[in-house]
Design a protein around this ligand. Structure first.
Ligand code: AMP
Length: 413
């Protein structure tokens, strides 16, 4: 089955086409087609890159006036232009969408219909940037691919197993009636990494306790026990928890009250400051990209050094929090841009846990080859680097749902 995956992030729109067999393995096959739009800054054109499995490529600037027009241009590249993957849109048999916020009702992927779309729109109130772009993606697929089955795979679903003590905020009880509770995010990749880690170490998920550290532009941790998420650092929105590229992560809510009173900040001001002007960028004044922050810190830029120190401090504190929720640990996983590529972050994160017998192998940590165990041979906890494979995970979940909906046991065509 040819499954197209749409994954819209805050700064980019990714799209992949996979051939997905029933009971598809965790390891991703090469995509049949991949495309990515990077949204330019205000007034700048977006850039589009497309590549198919024959190595044919397109790289162009798109002067599209709207986001939708750019995504339409990308979708048409599937069957038109210099790097197509199919002869006609009808060859695509299903479409999986990453949906950031599924609220309380979605514990698993869902076939998209009017009711599901309405629920996604409802949660756009909490995750406006993401959910609105995702709904637009569903509409554009309808327009260009007709009545192809579309599946929503939620970033929140994996965390619906959080115990109430971890999910409920200690605010007024009435918050619960308003749906104000901890949902957690990045669940598609946390789940994938927890399963992959168990597989790499020859364990069954049932007997496995793992902390997955998703460290990219957005950062979150998950504590996974017996294959279920039991705690996570993001909460009601993807703003809680760790320090991130441009997001503050958790800060004393009293600061917001103080700023609102003193400067008369509006909700939009606070949104901008906490989501776009904080984190690595806000503290360092250099960049939201950790590579640039680290390079500046090495040259003696004191704010960049401070930003890295705070990032690491918050990460270590988060790992300690997840550790307490698990009550023990078999593996610590690092994934996403920073987790996969920064030996400094991995070493810094592991250092305070040496007293537990958790130790890295410095040579392996400096240069992990693909998905790898970078712990020392005698470490009490395995430390793994696992490449994020969100798009493949979405394609697999999509196929599983469609197979089960048709009453087919997994593993049969
Ligand atoms: P992601 O959101 O997973 O694409 O991660 C993007 C982030 O990964 C970038 O903003 C960088 O901060 C970070 N990153 C990528 N490569 C490296 C690297 N070699 N060292 C440190 N950070 C990196």
């Amino acid at each position: 089955m040819k499954i197209l995956v749409l994954n819209s992030g805050s700064s980019s729109q990714k799209c992949r086409l996979y051939q997905v067999a029933p009971g598809a393995p965790l390891d991703p096959p090469p995509a049949l087609w991949r495309a990515e739009i990077e949204w330019g800054l205000a007034q700048e054109p977006a850039s589009l890159r497309i590549e198919n499995s024959r190595g044919e490529r397109i790289e162009e600037r798109i002067d599209a006036t709207t986001r939708a027009a750019a995504v339409e241009r990308m979708l048409r590249g599937l069957w038109e232009g210099a790097a197509p993957a199919v002869r006609a849109p009808s060859e695509i048999q299903a479409v999986g969408h990453r949906i950031v916020h599924g609220g309380a009702e979605f514990r698993a992927p869902a076939r998209i219909d009017a009711r599901v779309l309405q629920a996604i729109a409802h949660h756009a109130e909490i995750a406006p940037l993401h959910n609105r772009a995702e709904i637009e993606g569903v509409r554009l697929v309808e327009k260009h691919l007709g009545s192809v089955p579309q599946v929503a795979v939620f970033d929140t679903a994996f965390h619906r197993t959080l115990p109430r003590s971890a999910a409920v905020y200690p605010g007024p009880y009435a918050w619960l009636d308003e749906g104000i509770e901890r949902y957690g995010f990045h669940g598609i990749n946390h789940r994938y990494c927890a399963e992959r880690a168990a597989r790499m170490l020859g364990k069954t998920p049932a007997e496995f306790r793992v902390i997955t550290c998703h460290l990219g532009n957005g950062c979150s941790l998950a504590a996974v026990s017996g294959g279920h998420s039991v705690d996570t650092t993001m909460g009601f929105t993807p703003l809680e928890g760790l320090m991130m590229g441009t997001r503050s992560g958790s800060v004393d809510p009293g600061i917001l009250i103080h700023l609102a009173r003193k400067h008369r900040y509006t909700p939009d001001d606070l949104d901008r400051i906490l989501n776009r002007e904080s984190g690595l960028l806000g503290l360092s004044g250099v960049s939201s990209d950790l590579r640039e922050v680290l390079a500046a810190a090495r040259q003696g830029h004191s704010r960049a050094g401070l930003a890295f120190d705070v990032f690491l401090h918050r990460l270590r504190a988060g790992i300690g929090w997840m550790l307490a929720s698990l009550g023990g640990l078999d593996a610590l996983v690092f994934t996403a841009g920073i987790g996969e590529n920064s030996p400094d972050v991995r070493a810094g994160a592991c250092e305070p846990f040496a007293f537990l017998g958790l130790r890295l192998d410095p040579a392996k940590n400096a240069d992990p080859a693909g998905d790898a165990d970078v712990a020392a041979g005698d470490s009490s906890v395995r430390v793994l680097v696992i490449r994020a494979q969100e798009d493949w995970a979405i394609a697999r979940e999509c196929r599983q749902l469609l197979d089960s909906a048709q009453g087919k046991p997994p593993g049969r065509e």
